[in-house]
Design a protein around this ligand. Sequence first.
Ligand SMILES: Cc1ncc(C[n+]2csc(CCOP(=O)(O)OP(=O)(O)O)c2C)c(N)n1
Ligand SMILES: [Mg+2]
Length: 329
Amino acid sequence: MAARKTTKKPNVSAEELKTYYREMLLIRRFEEKAGQLYGMGLIGGFCHLYIGQEAVVVGLEAAAKEGDKRITSYRDHGHMLACGMDPGGVMAELTGREGGLSKGKGGSMHMFSKEKHFYGGHGIVGAQVPLGAGLAFADKYKENGGVTFTYFGDGAANQGQVYETFNMAAIWDLPVIFVIENNQYAMGTAQARSTSTKDIYHRGEAFGIPGEIVNGMDVLAVKAAGEKAVAHCRAGKGPYILEVKTYRYRGHSMSDPAKYRTREEVQKVREQSDPIEHVRELLLTGKHASEDDLKAIDKEIKEIVNQAAEFSKESPEPSLDELWTDIYA
Ligand SMILES: Cc1ncc(C[n+]2csc(CCOP(=O)(O)OP(=O)(O)O)c2C)c(N)n1
Ligand SMILES: [Mg+2]
């Protein structure tokens, strides 16, 4: 992941920059709070935080339009917040409460929203990739102009089902954007130890699918690449691959002490390439916002996250009767 260059003045309005700042900060503060609740024993099971990767989903959501779909892995809280799902509902699902988006029965990796066209939350590595192509098939069949953002990791990109999906998506010209969130690690395995090449997107060439590398620490670069990919899909030209180079600051999940990398490595990325600091700098140096304006946004976001946490503690545990609902067998 390249260090960011902030020399070129971006052609973007103050309002737009503030929106990205707010959206990325919401994800960061939400995840920090989830980490705290996990430490307090209020969240159990697996919990994979998205801290460091915020610009990926915020940039791509900025390129989407109403009706577009998204599907992702277990590292999914950021995707839900970015597409407008209720922070209280997400947090209460993490704490396993009735007010959670899956009524407290799904947990961190299993939430959905018909209204926001969010199709999960999948715990099986790579499983969402063929499903994403299926969603795109439905859009193509219905001729509704929709595009599906199918997110997966660098580790998942080594799975066979990804390439079976590439082949079918290319044959049928499906309107799907394959977003490889390359955060450089698959659990404790660095990309160089698991993947034969430095870049992954060009594997699409074998199937005739175009793609490119994107700086995932720069929300504006992600948005621009997203717009290009969306235009390609909407024009009926078939799938597109975005390999977004990013970094996760925390361990793979809350139970990972991350001994496979040095503290210095993480610190360097935080200092040189943090996606939220980037937008903060653009806002301040471009005189689009003052320190006080940004403090007010920080306060507003803190309040939203505190309320979500309160709700997730106050909402009751699901009743035992719930064991017999939502069963499709
Ligand atoms: C089929 C399958 N194999 C193994 C696992 C265990 N597992 C969970 S996450 C993961 C690593 C995936 O890494 P990557 O795709 O890079 O995503 P990231 O966690 O970095 O977002 C593995 C091996 C699993 N959940 N499913
Ligand atoms: Mg990874």
